[in-house]
Design a binder for this molecule. Structure first.
Ligand code: PHE
Length: 457
């Protein structure tokens, strides 16, 4: 089934697709509220450090695996491990994790679609800030609305991925990713003019290390992996559509810096509003949906600004969700020799069905006792399990694979090919081989309660 694999049409298109995957609801929606919940500064610093030290090296490693093998993750791991079928399991784990993430990611994306429509209808007119915030609770607890928008967002994904790598993923990423960056910059500049900006900067950048608990550390690691889309085989898959001339380390650094900037800009767009209006900084998943509309209501041209903003959220979510969907599709196509259309429809149906319990989490219409038993609702459970457990574990396995299973000569020749940063190979390999596995293992063990590093703080 190798044969004529599709390739990206251009370097720019690939970068936009990779950045489109990385920049998404993780940066715009999840990062601000997680930073808020975890006390701000110290969390943000850790997130930046983890991105550079841990996530970028894995990102490069995944690109190497994909470009070298030109195959989807299951077969890529197999072919680089002397045909060991044990390592195929990592590919299956990638698929499972991507599947679970998609199921709740599409629910949040559905809220974005919903807010875009609400903005056109000018839902803030005549409401006080508190009333505007309360609208989110209505959305969140409406079963039918959540299912409707979930379905629609998955349909959008099908529309893009169905058309293939160049005509679907690349074509849309080339338009949507740059558009997002421009609008975000404009909104960020507006945030600077608000009275709460100084307080927001302090909240985001002032590190209060007394807030650094093991959970905060693990959350920061999960966030770094999640926002860079590593540990899921996505970058392996996107890398497999690359030709050999691409400069991998440089690509990884460009994408990471873009993602970091977007995350920080998103936080600096939201927290000035939070502080200007005296809302509590820790706001949970509703933060963006509750806070931004309050600002929009005050601006001239509310209708246009608010609609554009939420449509952009939809775009950014879409360029990320298609990358998750592509992992499922690419693997299925190769596993069963399916046509793209069949793989796309099969995956989409599965995601929709499994997404329903997440879509109904707010209303409690399904599994009403879930929260009492597991401590958080179905949606939050999926969010937590994937980001805090599955991604670190698959990330760990990926580094072990790159550091110990793949032949070093292959890794080295792929690393240096197409780059003038070849001198960094040794440092990179050292990180992959020694630092990363140890750091990620310690963090996982700590979270599992096997270790107790927090006593050292
Ligand atoms: N990186 C994307 C984001 O920040 C989400 C994502 C996670 C996409 C994992 C693919 C894989 O929103």
């Amino acid at each position: 089934m190798q044969g004529q694999r599709e390739h990206w049409a251009s370097h720019f298109g690939f970068i936009m697709a990779a950045a489109g995957s990385a920049i998404g609801l993780g940066s715009l929606w999840r990062f601000p509220y997680t930073a808020g919940d975890n006390g701000g500064g110290a969390f943000v610093l850790l997130y930046i450090a983890f991105t550079f030290l841990l996530a970028i090296p894995i990102f490069i490693g995944e690109l190497i695996i994909g470009r070298k093998t030109q195959r989807s993750p299951i077969f890529a791991y197999q072919s680089l491990s002397n045909q060991s079928s044990n390592w195929r399991m990592l590919g299956y784990l990638n698929m499972l994790t991507s599947f679970i993430i998609l199921s709740f990611y599409c629910v949040v994306s559905g809220w974005c679609l919903n807010y875009a429509l609400m903005s056109i209808n000018q839902f803030t007119i005549g409401k006080t800030p508190d009333e505007i915030r309360a609208v989110f609770d209505i959305v969140y607890t409406s079963s039918d609305l959540n299912i409707f928008w979930l379905f629609l967002f998955i349909a959008l994904n099908v529309g893009v991925v169905y058309s293939g790598v160049r005509k679907g993923i690349e074509r849309w990423s080339r338009i949507l990713t740059p558009a997002l960056l421009v609008i975000l910059l404009a909104m960020f500049i507006y945030g600077i003019t608000l009275p709460g900006f100084g307080k927001a900067v302090e909240f985001i950048f002032y590190p209060n290390f007394s807030k650094l608990t093991p959970t905060v550390i693990l959350n920061a690691l999960g966030m770094a992996f999640f926002t860079l889309s590593v540990g899921l085989g996505i970058i392996v898959t996107y890398g497999s559509y690359l030709k050999s001339s691409e400069n991998l380390p440089k690509t990884a650094v460009i994408v990471a810096i873009m993602t970091l900037l977007v995350s920080l800009m998103a936080a600096m767009m939201i927290f000035p509003i939070v502080f200007s209006f005296n809302f509590p900084p820790e706001g949970g998943p509703g933060l963006v949906f509750k806070t931004m509309p309050v600002l929009f209501a005050k601006l001239p041209g509310t209708l246009v600004i608010s609609t554009v903003f939420f449509i952009l959220f939809v775009f950014t979510a879409l360029t990320s969700s298609i990358s998750l969907l592509e992992v499922l599709v690419a693997n299925l196509m190769e596993l069963f020799s399916w046509k793209r259309a069949k793989a796309v429809l099969f995956s989409a149906l599965g995601i929709f069905l499994f997404g329903i319990p997440s879509a109904l989490s707010g209303s409690g219409a399904l599994f009403p006792n879930w929260e009492k038993i597991y401590g958080q609702n179905f949606f939050d459970t999926m969010n937590y399990i994937t980001a805090s457990w599955m991604m670190p574990i698959t990330g760990l396995l990926t580094t072990i694979f790159i550091g110990y299973v793949m032949k070093k000569e292959i890794t080295q020749s792929e690393f240096v090919q197409g780059t003038n940063l070849g001198a960094l190979f040794k440092a990179w390999f050292f990180m992959i081989r020694y630092i990363l596995p140890i750091a990620v293992t310690l963090i996982i063990l700590e979270q599992a309660g096997v270790l107790n590093l927090s006593k050292l703080f």
